[in-house]
Structures are given as C-alpha cells and as structure tokens.
Design a protein around this ligand. Structure first.
Ligand code: C2E
Ligand code: CA
Ligand code: CA
Ligand code: CA
Length: 275
C-alpha cells in the first residue's frame, strides 16, 4: 500500500512537470497559431424551451495543433490570458463570428451569437474600445458571456466596461452561475439580461436531491431580477422536461447538439427549420 501511494505521488509529479512544459510551449506557439489559422470556432445552439426554437448560439474556440491534434480551450485559454494573447484571440473570435454570421445569413439564418469574454479583458481599456468599434461597425448581433469571478477582480472598471457594452446594444449573459465566486451584490449591479446556470448543477439534475432545489431557486431569483435563464449541460430528455416545468427559458447541451463547426451548424439549422 505504501509503495503504491508513493508511486502515485511520483506519477503525479511527472504529469505536473509535463503539463507545465506543455503550457510554456503552448504559450510560445499561440501567437503563430492565431496568425496562421490554426484556431477555429464551433457553434452550439441555444434553444428557447417554450417556443421550441433556436434562440442563438455560443461560439467556442478550438486549436487544431499541427503536432498535438485538437486542443480544447480548457487547455489554452488560461495560457492565453497569462501570455497576453487573450485580447488578440478574442478579437480574432469576434471577427470570425461576424464572418460566419454572414454565411449563416446567406443560408437564411439570422441568429445572435455569444462569445466568451475572459475576466482579464474587462480591465483592458484597449480591448474594450476595439471590441465596441468592431460591433458598431459590423452591426453584428454579438453577445458576450462573462463570469462574476471576472467582475470581482476589479468591480468598478469591469462594471463600467460592461455598461459600455450594454449601451451599444451588446447583450450580456452571466456565465457559469453558481460555479465560481458568486455575489448577489454584483448580480444586482450587472447590466446582464441573461443568467446561465453552470452545467455542474444541471448534469445530474434528475439524479441528485439538491441540484433541483438549487436550479429552481436560481431560476426564480433570475426571474425576480427580470433576467432570462439558460441551463447549460442539458444531456437528457428528463433534465429538459424538469427544466421546462421549472420555467427555465433556454437550454443548451449535448441533448440538442454538441458544439459543431460552421457547416454542420448550418445543416443543423436547416434541419430544424424543416421540423
Ligand atoms: P463555457 O463557456 O462554460 O462553455 C461551455 C462548455 O461546456 C464547452 O466546453 C462546451 O463544449 C461544454 N458543453 C456544452 N454542452 C455540454 C453538455 O451537455 N455536457 C457537457 N458535459 N459539456 C457540455 P469547451 O468548448 O471545452 O469550453 C470550455 C470553456 O472554455 C468554456 O466554458 C469557456 O469558458 C472557455 N472558452 C471557450 N471558447 C472561448 C473563447 O473564445 N474565449 C474565451 N475567453 N474562453 C473560451
Ligand atoms: Ca460560455
Ligand atoms: Ca458556461
Ligand atoms: Ca465554464
């Protein structure tokens, strides 16, 4: 037993060292990856429960690495934040979404697309100015998803910047609600019209005792604040049925669709239109 736990410690140390090494090399490679087209977006639909129609989409970034294959954002977003590439990555994402929305429109689909905005960017005046410019010039229907944790770092500046986004018509959604540092004080102050319940409360919704209580009271709280609620991580018909009874406005999750590349997303939208 002793030997086993020792070997486990050694393995853990090694993998930590490896991931630190990976991280450093990913950080070095990221600027080139953005410039040379290794990043791409996938889209995941958001469905209005009552109307049973697609209400919008979330854009999720992926990195097709020439040596390592597909890398998911969980493995490079925090590196991008650290090495100062997150503003460039996010501006690239915005421009790509605008181009993709034009392709969707050419296929008869006019949908708002939400983009994830890292907390560090809410303190970045240059990013905020550029993002506002891009949205104003393109007139694109782009929304931003932000976490409360992002706001807690520097509340005054973050709230002021979010106010600017809101004033020029960028809808804001509070992402991962309940998962990080949540504060009811910020919930009250943020100009967000949508609250997204984190998938950690949704994925075991119908097998847990507590999750349904948490989800229902969060939906009620959001509605009392006149916000719309999206549940993410909806994987089963039973979860969808329960969320519908609870009055959840929108759902997102593998049950409806995994995140998919633009061409597959357009096929999905085409098929939905024919149902
Ligand atoms: P998120 O904003 O909470 O995005 C939802 C994540 O849940 C996505 O993971 C999505 O693929 C996954 N997901 C969706 N439906 C289901 C489901 O039914 N079950 C399960 N188990 N998972 C589901 P992904 O794509 O790996 O993204 C991870 C995180 O990376 C995102 O979490 C977001 O915070 C961040 N991210 C993604 N794209 C960007 C980006 O362009 N910029 C920034 N700053 N962050 C990004
Ligand atoms: Ca999100
Ligand atoms: Ca989320
Ligand atoms: Ca998340």
């Amino acid at each position: 037993e002793q030997a086993r736990s020792e070997s486990r410690v050694v393995t853990l140390d090694l993998s930590d060292a490896n991931s630190a090494l990976d991280r450093a090399s990913l950080m070095r490679e990221l600027p080139h990856a953005i410039a040379s087209g290794q990043l791409f977006l996938q889209y995941q639909p958001k469905v209005n429960v009552r109307r049973q129609e697609i209400a919008g989409a979330e854009a999720l970034v992926r990195w097709r690495h020439p040596m390592r294959g597909l890398i998911l954002p969980g493995d490079f977003i925090s590196a991008a934040e650290e090495c100062g590439e997150i503003a460039g990555l996010t501006l690239w994402t915005m421009r790509q979404v605008i181009a993709d929305q034009q392709v969707m429109q050419a296929h008869g689909h006019d949908l708002p697309v939400f983009i994830n905005i890292s907390g560090v960017l809410l303190a970045d005046d240059a990013f905020v100015a550029e993002a506002c410019l891009i949205v104003k010039e393109s007139q694109a229907k782009i929304g931003f998803e932000i976490t409360e944790t992002a706001v807690i770092r520097d509340p005054d500046s973050a709230i002021a910047h979010l106010q600017r986004f809101s004033e020029i018509g960028i809808p804001l959604a509070i992402d991962d609600y309940g998962a990080g540092l949540s504060s009811l004080a910020y919930l009250k102050q943020l100009p967000a019209a949508e609250l997204k319940i984190d998938k950690m409360f949704v994925m075991q919704l119908t097998s847990s005792n507590r999750d349904p209580l948490i989800v229902r009271s969060t939906i009620d709280l959001a509605h009392a604040l006149e916000m719309e609620v999206t549940a993410e991580g909806v994987e089963t018909p039973a979860a969808l049925a329960l969320l519908s009874v609870m009055g959840c406005d929108m759902v997102q999750g593998y049950l409806i669709s995994r995140p998919v590349a633009l061409d597959a997303f357009i096929r999905f939208l085409d098929d939905e239109g024919h149902k």
